[in-house]
Design a protein around this ligand. Structure first.
Ligand code: GDP
Ligand code: GDP
Length: 455
């Protein structure tokens, strides 16, 4: 029986809201120096999106969560593109293209002091063709005298220009209202229930690990023409692929196939792609080049998948290149550097030879099953009761926090809330997570455990 004073449904709702449910995505695009990063900082209300003096600096994070009037959405900052390599025109066009593919709505930022340039006009054309809602931000209107400059931007044909000072905050409330109006309640590719549609797979990994090779291998001749399949969205950036007798939707394959050869900035581009693909997918197949030492970028991509709460499969590619020695060191690396995903099923493949391709689907299915596991409250509390009796929380300062009961607040991934009489230390929470995994499986999925302290 539940302890009094807690409304389980309310708690479940709370936790689901704080979890990784589907959020609509807003992309902020515009020329360099118009104030995109400054605006993103305004929108997220924190100084998290670092405004860099140097363009093209790799940033770890590219999507941020924002909340305006209780509505939550994701903001993608495209400000880090390397315009020195691409040239300003191409860089801004690439941003817009990305935004069109990945976002539910777009904010085009224009420097009202400069006015609309040819580059701005070109972006408007791209955006208009895509048909995604666009909100026009006339930035750097720091006072009433700048409003006239903003009004001139009606000429872009995107409707009302919102006069804003991202730096001082002036006008950002109205802009945010317009943004919320433009954003759908739930993203176009909603999690919803599976509803018989194909499961969504993101194939991710740093450049050159073999993503497009693997894609070509698995797609083979069996690629399905998208609109042949009833009830599937005709998103040209995704691909339906038949594997193991089932149809899977590989998301954002256009981004994998259209290889971008940048030197600097390539990491950043890859991070954006990864974030966008993860946003749409249920399960991530994380590709790692087994022939090379695990890199920081590999582990960052793994973290992105885990943080996004996706089911995960680790695929070691280029297995054909491994000799005895490398294999020995690889095992050590996995033990040392991949502890954070030791629960993920692992397959050792070769996109070149086709080795172990048939193991991919069972691994994906295992991960998805773990991701959707629901533990009945009775069973969970039976387990917790025994666990806590056998391994009580260590006594701290004469006090010993006690777990009263727990509930699974959500799935995809599994989220648990434990109610306790006091703060549970991190080590003990990890211990509980480990025991939860031993007891209930959860192979291939992150598991989130949060604690509510009962006053
Ligand atoms: P991004 O390259 O588009 O991301 O532009 P940044 O956000 O880095 O801003 C470029 C420069 O414009 C910085 O020096 C900002 O401080 C400045 N800036 C941004 N927004 C405003 C604004 O509303 N008013 C004024 N006066 N300056 C701004
Ligand atoms: P992406 O950037 O992740 O899409 O990587 P690509 O698919 O373009 O592959 C990068 C390079 O690795 C190409 O030269 C591929 O031929 C090569 N490659 C990909 N998979 C394998 C593999 O399993 N074995 C070997 N030996 N080479 C591979």
């Amino acid at each position: 029986a539940a302890e009094e004073g807690f409304d389980l449904e309310e708690v479940a709702g709370d936790v689901a809201a704080a979890g990784h449910g589907p959020l609509p995505v807003l992309a902020v695009v515009g020329r360099p120096n118009v104030g995109k990063s400054t605006l993103v900082n305004r929108i997220i209300g924190r100084r998290e999106a670092v405004v860099e003096d140097r363009p093209g600096v790799t940033r770890d994070r590219v999507t941020y969560e924002a909340n305006w009037n209780g509505r939550r959405f994701k903001v993608v900052d495209t400000g880090g593109w390397e315009q020195d390599v691409l040239g300003i025109e191409a860089s801004v066009a690439a941003q817009a293209e990305f935004a069109i593919e990945a976002a539910d709505a777009v904010v085009l930022v224009v420097d009202s002091k400069v006015g609309a340039t040819d580059t701005d006009e070109a972006v408007v054309k791209l955006l208009r063709r895509a048909g995604k809602p666009v909100v026009l931000c006339a930035n750097k209107v720091d006072g009433p005298s700048g409003e006239a400059d903003a009004a001139v931007l009606w000429s872009l044909g995107l409707g009302e220009p919102y006069p804003v000072s991202s730096l001082h905050g002036r006008g950002t409330g109205d802009l945010l209202d317009a943004i919320l109006e433009a954003l759908p309640e739930a993203p176009a590719q909603s999690f919803g229930e599976p509803a018989g549609g194909p499961r969504r797979v993101a194939l991710i990994g740093r450049p050159n690990v073999g993503k497009s090779s693997l894609l070509n291998k698995v797609a083979g001749e069996e690629r399905v023409v998208v609109n042949e399949l009833a009830g599937t969205t005709r998103d040209p950036v995704d691909e339906l692929i038949q594997l193991g007798g089932e149809t899977w939707k590989f998301v954002d394959t256009a981004g994998i196939r259209r290889r971008v050869h940048l030197q600097e900035g390539a990491d950043y581009y890859a991070s954006l792609r990864t974030a966008a693909a993860l946003e749409k997918a249920e399960v991530a197949v994380i590709l790692i080049d087994a022939s090379e030492t695990l890199s920081v970028q590999d582990t960052r991509i793994i973290s992105m998948a885990v943080d996004a709460g996706r089911a995960c499969v680790i695929a070691y590619n280029k297995w054909d290149l491994l000799d005895e020695e490398r294999r020995y060191y690889l095992e050590r690396e996995i033990e040392r550097d991949l502890v954070q995903v030791q629960w993920a099923p692992r397959v050792n493949v070769s996109a070149t030879t086709g080795r172990h391709m048939e193991k991919l689907v069972p691994a994906i299915e295992t991960a998805l099953a773990g991701w959707e596991t629901r533990v009945p409250t009775g069973r969970l509390n039976g387990f917790l009761g025994e666990l806590v009796a056998a391994h009580p929380h260590p006594i701290r300062g004469g006090k010993q926090p006690r777990i009263l009961f727990g509930t699974q607040a959500g799935t995809r991934p599994p989220r648990f809330v434990l109610f306790a009489t006091g703060f549970l230390e991190a080590g003990y929470r990890r211990f509980i997570e480990r025991r939860l995994r031993e007891e209930f499986g959860f192979e291939g999925t992150p598991v989130q455990v949060s604690v509510r302290v009962r006053e």
